[in-house]
Design a protein around this ligand. Sequence first.
Ligand code: TXE
Length: 478
Amino acid sequence: MSKHTPVLQAETPDAALLRRIGADGGDGRSVPDAATRETIGHAPVQSVAELDQAVARARTAQPAWEGLGHAERSRLLLAAADAVEENAEALARLLSREQGKPLNGPNARFEVGACAAWLRTAASTVLDTEVLLDDETGHAELSYRAIGVVGAIGPWNWPLMITIWQVAAALRMGNTAVVKPSEYTTLSVLALLAVLNDVLPPDVLIGVSGDRELGSRLSSHPHVGKVMFTGSTATGRRIVESSAQNLARLTLELGGNDAGIVLPSADPAAIAQDLFWGAFINTGQTCAALKRLYVHDSLYDAVVDALAAVAAAMPMGNGLDEDAVLGPLQNRAQFDIVAGLVDDARRQGARIVTGGAPASDLGELFYPVTLVADIADGTPLVDEEQFGPALPIIRYSEVDDAVRSANGLDVGLGASVWGDRDEARAVAARIQAGTVWINSHGGVHPMIPFGGVKSSGYGLEFGVEGLKSVAVPQVVNG
Ligand code: TXE
């Protein structure tokens, strides 16, 4: 047993997974536990040549995989979902240690459960051939065929769930996939792929481990026909540029800065818990989290107080602590962004209602839930994506102004409106975002398409639209 991996001595289920993917030895890049910063294993550092080999293998395997047909691929994806469930606790523990999210709350166990759910839905969703014309002038049909090799490039915040989002539909449609996980959460994703590969044929789903150079090569590779990307807008732009070379089709789920608007008709006490989780799910490190909250003047103080009361009752701690529902920031860079934005807001005269300074007693990267009131548009904490546990709460008196603020940034992943349902739906229709939730924020469902507008990207995932997005349409005319 390696001296680098003391936790393996405990023989936890995640230790077996680490051994299985060869991460328990001393070779490769050292991976820290997000909470304790102790080394939990080593991630392989693969070369561009190895990536090229992976794409070549996936390309060779693709015709036979497509040739299995929908029924057999669906059967295998259902078996893959069962395999995820059989390994759920080991995956959740490894995810919790590497990513930082607690086992409980809407966190690690929830994420692993979502992987199984999305696999099952991708397996059972029907994408029928459409009859476009059928009369005396002729007959034409539209059906959807596999593209070939799909490149999946993911982030570190929901690494398992987003990998499944990217590959489940792709595999169902007869593509093979090469996955490049974030360098921050490589081990969890490699472990997930190992579990899936227990039931999938060889080379249908291949992981490559490395940094952005591998991501860059995967997205520009001449034999990759589709890139599924979730990450920052800056990287998304680079992927669009490289698609000029290989003409890969793209689904880009980029950053957001989701606004929530609380209307005068809302009940602060009734919505506080859902507002809290809308903003602080995964300790705020979520693409479609509530990142700026606009509250009508008439109930501003009541909403701030109700949110502060909910925050006070939510334990933060090491992810393996069964009581914790909030964890650390995943990495130092993100921690510095959050701490810097809060410090800046304070300097500009905003009011820190709760939190506002690192929770160093818990560990290096812990930052408490921070509510920032009496803050305005134009402050970086409002205008920039914090991607962490700090929520600016902005006062408004005219709904038109709140709508203008919500639409005032160049992103549009999600948004939410809180209050009387009919009033809220009327406001929702005026908001520029891929999804507008009413009296909730951020909930996703495997049958409901999800995607952004503006600089939050393009393309839809999930449901029938998600299957279409990893396929090429083909018309048969005659
Ligand atoms: O993202 P990157 P990071 C936001 C969040 C965060 C910021 C940076 O605000 O602070 O993005 O996070 C790979 N071609 N979000 O650094 O750099 C890279 O190796 C191809 C929002 O994680 O975009 C990794 O696998 N791939 C987001 C993946 O892209 C490249 C979730 C993401 O890295 C590449 C996470 C290139 N040229 C962060 N360069 C959300 N919307 O959910 C890097 N990569």
